[in-house]
Design a protein around this ligand. Sequence first.
Ligand code: PLP
Length: 413
Amino acid sequence: MNIDTNVLKIVNNAEKKLSNFYTELENIAFLNQKKVLEAFQNNNVALRHFSGTTGYGYDDIGRDTLCKVYADIFHCESAVVSPLIASGTHALTLALFGILRANDKMLAISGSPYDTLMSVIQGENIGSLKDFGVKYEQIELLNNDFDLNSIEKSIKSELPKLIFIGRSRGYEWRDALSVEKIGKVINFIKKLNKDIIVMVDNCYGEFMDTIEPTDVGADLMVGSLIKNAGGGLAPTGGYIAGTQKAVEQVAFRLTSPSIGMEIGSYTYGYQYFYQGVFIAPHITMNATKGSALFGQVFSDLGYEVCPNPTAKCNDTVRSIKFNTKDELISFVQSIQKASPIDSNVLPMPWAMPGYDDEVIMAAGTFVAGASIELSADSPIKEPYIAYVQGGLTYEHVKLAVIMCVQELLNAKK
Ligand SMILES: *Cc1c(COP(=O)(O)O)cnc(C)c1O
C-alpha cells in the first residue's frame, strides 16, 4: 500500500488516545446485545421465521415476529419492519402521511429535517404534505439544544398534531442530539399537551446509547435498515416503532387503510433481517470506534471535526471540515478507494434526487449505498464538510484512515 511510517505513527497515536473511549463504547454494545438477545428469546425466534413467503403474505410469521422483536428491543408497543420500505426517507414519509391530515400542523423543533424530507413536506404539486393541506412550522436549535420558549409559543398559538425531531445531524455542523435531551423536550411537550404525537428521525442513532427515543416517550421512531439497525446484513428496508395507535396508522399507509400489516410477502426470507439486528449493537460499535478514529486523526492533523473525538457520540457520523473543495472531493474519493467493493470507481459530484446541491458520495459497499458500511458524502457547498460514517469492521476503518491520511499527505508533497 506504500504507507509511510509517519502515517502509521499518527494513526496509532490517535488510537491510543481513544482507548478509554473505546471501553465506554464496548459497555454500550454489551448492554444493547443483552437487550437484543432477550428480545429474540422472548419471541422464541426459530428457523421457520427465516422462510420467505409469496403473494399476499397472510400469516407471514417471519414478518410478524420480526416486527415484535423490534418492538421488544425498542421497549415499545408496536413496530413495522419491512423490506417493502425502500429507504429511510420512505419510512419517514410513511410515518408523516400516516399521522397527518388536511389542516393539521406539523412542527419541526430541531431545525430543518433531513434534506430529502423537505420536498416531502413542502414540495409543489408532487403530492407533498403541503399539497394535501398540512401546515408546517420549523424552530431552530439554540446552542444545539431545543428552544423551549419558541416551542411553547408555537404550541399555544396553534396546536400541532405532530412534532418532528431529527436525532442525527443531517448536513448540519452540529453533534447529534442525545436521547437524554430528546427525553427532556418530550416531557416538556407532553406537559403542555399529552396528545401531540412526537416523532423522531432515528437514522444513524440506533444502539449509540443504551436507551432509544422510544424509552423516553417518543410516539414514533423511524429508521433505515441499511444503517445501524440492519447490522450491515439487511439488504433493504426500514422500520417505524412506537405506540400501538400511531404505528397502526402508519401500517395503513404502508399497505392500505384497514389492511395494514395483515399482508406483505417477501420471497427471499428474513434471515438477514434477524441476523442483522442481532449483530447491530456490535457493528454499530465498530462503526463508532472508526468514526472516533477519523475524528481524532483529523483533529490531530489540524482539521475541525464534529463531534470532538472523545465526546459521547449520538450518531455514527463524523463531520470533517476541509479547507478547499478539491481537498474535500479528494478525501471522499480516497474513502471509495479504501473500500472492498468498486474501489476502482472515482466518485464525482452529481445532482441527486431529493438534494438541492450537487452531492459527492463514496459507497463501496456490499449492500448498495448502505451507510452502516464505510461511506462518505458531502453536498458541494461552503464550508466544505465531509460526513463519514460506517465500517463493518473497525480494522477496515483503521486501514481506510491510514489510506486517507497517506493520500492527503501525498497531495501536499
Ligand atoms: C439517511 C437519513 C435519512 C434517510 O435517508 P435515505 O437515504 O432515504 O435512507 C433521513 N434522515 C437522516 C438523518 C438520515 O441520516
